[in-house]
Structures are given as structure tokens and as C-alpha cells.
Design a protein around this ligand. Sequence first.
Ligand SMILES: [Zn+2]
Length: 344
Amino acid sequence: MFESSVSYTVLPDLGPGAVHLAKATTPALKQRSLKNAIGCTGVGLHSGTKITMVLRPAAANTGILFRRTDIAGGGALVPAHWASVSDTRLNTCVANADGVSVRTIEHLMAALSGCGIDNLIIDINGPEVPVMDGSAAPFLFLVECAGVVEQSAPRRAIKVLKPVIVREDDKMAMLTPGDSFSVAMDIAFDATVIGRQHCHLTLTDGRFKSELSRARTFGFEQEVAAMRAAGLGKGGTLDNAVVISSDGEHVLNDEGLRYDDEFVRHKALDAVGDLYLAGAPLLGHYRGVRTGHALNNRLLREFFADQSAWAYTTISAATPAFADPRTRSAAALLPAYGMMAASA
Ligand SMILES: [Zn+2]
């Protein structure tokens, strides 16, 4: 089995040019990991295979790392990082230099962003994160059940210093400077059940959970066959995706929608997950128009390629988006999601 004390430093130290937002009297926030390991089993949305995943505490400065337990040796490690993104067709997939990959990571990454988890080893026995209910809520629930610990190292963020924009046809994604992390998203579909939708949220403490976490992935009835022919969507059902009727008039799910504008909220959730591949939380505003995983990744690549566009900064408790998030014990509810506690 694997060593219990894994420490992979994938993030460089704060450089001398780091911007310190906090006043000297305001303590810096600390990095965070899980208190206990916790796991879940579910089906991969695209692969259709049953997969078990265990989230394990990791040392400060580890970052978020996937570890394929079905593959022997050091080639099993796959960093959850923008530079590792290898495929963005209907999901975000990361791969290492050996071609070992983990796909559909975006909803899990969104939950880790929402909970402020900096360091984690994610053991996974297959090539895809389980889709669970198609949202980030089950992953948020796992983190809440496992509990969160503060670590000794200061938490840091990446401050957006100037606007960076990427475009493709009628799609656009943009980062602009700001002292908190906010997400604005616009979508437009011919389907009348979607139409035009907009959301704009500053993701201060707790708002990811209440405003975005439960929004499910969605697809169109008429696209299911084509998706499956392309080897995607094999695990998709009405239990893990909102499916829109071929006439665009209604959703096929008996329970209806979780939010009136669940579609745009899910796109915002996806963006939160994709942006957490920056390797640290962003201090700045994100705006997306009809964007998706491909453009979100291009945005990060162009952002980091421009050294004058960003700087590391420590985060203080006074920074609005980073007030210490509350966690609650929900272990008693574990069976509701078919989840299991796991030993560290
Ligand atoms: Zn999604």
C-alpha cells in the first residue's frame, strides 16, 4: 500500500515579491486539509464504470494530487493543475507525463475551492471522478463529514493584477483584478427551458454551498446518442444529470430543477472548479460568456504566461472572500449519499 506520510511540494514558496494584503496585526490564514480520510463510490459520468475515491489528508504545500491506485509506481500521481489539463471535451481531464489521467474532476475541484481545501491526496481506482448526483454537493458533504484542519503554513492566493481575456467565436472568459473572488456567467441556449441566464456571485463564506453547489450538470436528449458514440456520457442518467427534452420545452427529470436558473449556476460551478486548477485561490473577478472547460483552461494558460498579470499573496482573515469557513459534523447523514468513512 502507499506510505501514510506523503509530501509532494508542487507549489513554489512565496517569493520576495509576494504581495501582503494583511496589515501586520492581522494574522494570515493557514493552509487547510482534511482532518480524516473519507471516501465514496459511484459511477463515472463518461466512462460508465464504478469507481471508488478516497480523499486523504496531505501535508502543507502538497496541493491537490490525484493518485491512481489501479496503476503501480510513481506514474500514478496526477497533479490537479492547469498545466496538467489534457482534455476539455465535456469535462476537465488532467494527465501526467506518462499519460495517466483522471477526468471529470471539475465538480470535485469546485467543492474543494468552496471549502478552502489547499492540500489533499485523492486516491482513485479508475480514470474518472464519480459523478455522484451531477453537482458538487456530495463532495462538499464529504469534506464536511471528514472535517477540516488548519496547517502551519500560511494560506496564499493568486492576485489578479490586470485583465486577461480569451475569446473563441461567441464565447469569452476573462479575469480582472479584485480583492475577493467573484464569478459572473452568461449563457444562451435556443431551448426555451434555458433561454438566456445570468448569475453573478461573490463567493464569500458559505455562498458556494448555498448558491452553486447543488446545481447539476445538464445535457440534451437528442445529444445522448452522439455523446455515447464518441465514448462519452456512458454513465449519465436522470439521477446524475438534468436532461432537456428534444423540443427544448422541459426537463425530463421528475423532480424538476433545484434552482430556477440551475443551468447557469452549474456553468458557474464548473468555472469555479476549473479555476481552482490555478493551484491556489484567485483574488479577482471571473466573467464567462457561453464559456466552457476548454476556454477556462486557455484563460489560465494565458493568465500564467503573462508574468505581469498575477502575483502570489498571503491571505488574511480580513480578506472578505476568505473568512474562515464553518464546517459542521454531518457524519450521521453519510448513508444518505452511499458514502463510507475511510481510515487515514
Ligand atoms: Zn459540470
